[in-house]
Ligand binder design. Sequence first.
Ligand code: THU
Length: 127
Amino acid sequence: MTNDLFVAARKAMANSYSPYSNFPVGAAIRTTSGVIHAGCNVENASYPEGWCAETTALAHMVASGETEIAEILVLAQKKDRVSPCGGCRQRLSEFAKADTPVHLCDSAGVVETLTMAQLLPAAFDLD
Ligand code: THU
């Protein structure tokens, strides 16, 4: 059941600060304890200093004391089936498992679910 994740991502996306790209994104993470942490992209006049919705959601999760992702959902206002960027794949993989589901959405809901390993095969880690 991903509806609560979708609603949380959509709510965060409504607060996206994206005046430069006009490309609002929302993300939501459910942790293994069942708590949902959401985030939006936050841009900056110095363009490279902006960051992605997934990164905001991750920061909320870690700041609240959690480090285990059960599932992730990503949503963009202007693109169906938005997929996490390369940097966010690496950040998410730090707290996810190979089979952790990542739900890609359009405006109505989930259109495709991939695993973390499908999104980031041969991921770098220290093991
Ligand atoms: N963006 C995200 O927030 N998540 C993604 O997965 C892809 C891209 C943001 C970054 C930037 O603020 C805007 O979308 C356009 O690239």
